[in-house]
Design a protein around this ligand. Structure first.
Ligand code: GAL
Length: 375
């Protein structure tokens, strides 16, 4: 099937209606540019819901909130309005002027609620707060009610840390490693220098995604430890808290913008390096369990501009509903001069003969032609 998929997708540059044009201005049903950056897509009862950062024409803070669009086909999008609005109350964690980034929504089968997790920075504090926000709604288009924000897993140690690992980590002190990137500092970071520092108050939580596995268990994957280390943390059955079980991926590896998907029992993660709004070369990881071990592999981007991931940074991998093996890699081409005008680059993931994911540039492609969407 993997070979077939690669061949099939080489015909994705199809003409006709319903095409995705990576990097172009995408408009909604009313002809307005879609404003949903750092987003994620949820499929629910026959429609796709795209949640993303509503960004102002200039400036870097959140003035509106999380916008939601819906579509039957991933091409034609209806603006459903603001899913989670900033608060007007001074002192609220989501007060206008905070920063809400990378929202992801999961539907919880047990509670019937839609749960949103997002990266939250508090007003006036730049990126220092490094928190995750939780919100919930009864409908996919909201309105979402803000529940709380926190730093994950306070008081907890990674699932794969032995008592000895914990004792060793507790002895590490930042003051003993004033210079970053030395071999000693790298070793200390891997052994838990920053992890241990943050255990009492919870781990830092910036770039993030949410992954729901086949068994309904959900995981929050986020950049912790000053963006040096990814954490994969299990959520409780209602998706509104942590079970306390988590692992670290690539300690000290500076991975951001995590995206994750599962295919034929293998988990894949595509991430970016850590260069702010400037694009860099993506990284890829593979594991046979969500708990790892995660093996690092080369970037899946191929061809011209692969070194900057086609000038993008990933945000989500969408499993196309009904398709046996259809996955869309969603990325942002950031424009820090006007974040609102940042563009969307969505491409079908292709799989080579060895089953390795690859991303090839396409000027335009049609999801209907690319994926078998018959359920
Ligand atoms: C990027 C990150 C974005 C945003 C930005 C701020 O590295 O992926 O989501 O946080 O930094 O500079």
């Amino acid at each position: 099937m993997s070979g077939l998929m690669a061949v099939f997708c080489s015909f994705c540059n199809a003409w006709g209606q319903g095409q995705i044009e990576p990097g172009e201005v995408w408009t909604d049903h009313a002809g307005r540019p879609i404003n949903a950056h750092g987003g994620g897509v949820l499929w629910h009862e026959g429609r796709y819901y795209w949640y993303g950062e509503n960004r102002p024409a200039s400036g870097f803070v959140t003035e509106v909130g999380v916008e939601v669009y819906s579509s039957p086909d991933l091409v034609h999008w209806t603006d459903e309005g603001v899913a989670l609005a900033v608060a007007e109350t001074p002192g609220s964690p989501i007060e206008r002027g905070c920063i809400m980034e990378r929202p992801k929504v999961a539907y919880n089968q047990l509670t019937g609620k839609f749960v949103m997790l997002f990266h939250l920075e508090l007003k006036g504090q730049g990126y220092a707060a490094a928190r995750v926000g939780f919100a919930e709604a009864d409908s996919p288009v909201g309105p979402f009610r803000f529940i709380r924000s926190l730093r994950p897993n306070a008081g907890k140690w990674p699932a794969d840390f032995s008592r000895r690992d914990i004792r060793r980590a507790k002895r590490l002190k930042e003051a003993d490693y004033p210079e970053w990137w030395t071999p000693e500092w790298r070793k200390a970071v891997a052994e838990g220098l920053l992890l241990a520092r943050d255990v009492p108050g919870g781990q830092m939580s910036r770039d993030m995604t949410v992954f729901v596995d086949d068994d309904g268990k959900a995981y929050h994957i986020f950049a912790a430890e000053e963006n040096l280390t990814l954490n994969i943390a299990e959520l409780t059955d209602d998706y509104q808290d942590y079970t306390g079980r988590f692992v670290r991926v690539a300690p000290g590896g500076q991975n951001e913008a995590p995206t994750i998907f599962k295919r034929d029992g293998t988990y894949w993660m595509i991430t970016s390096g850590c260069t702010g709004w400037t694009p860099n070369e993506a990284r890829m990881f593979r594991a046979s369990s969500v708990w790892g071990p995660w093996e690092q592999l080369p970037s899946p981007f191929r061809g011209e501009e692969a070194g900057t991931s086609f000038r993008t940074q990933g945000t989500y991998v969408l499993k196309v509903k009904g398709a046996e093996e259809g996955f869309v890699f969603m990325a942002d081409r950031w424009n820090p001069k006007s974040l609102q005008d940042s563009r969307y680059v969505w491409l079908p993931l292709e799989f080579n003969e060895d089953g390795m994911p690859e991303l090839h540039w396409k000027d335009r492609w049609s999801p209907a032609e690319c994926f078998d969407t018959t359920d």
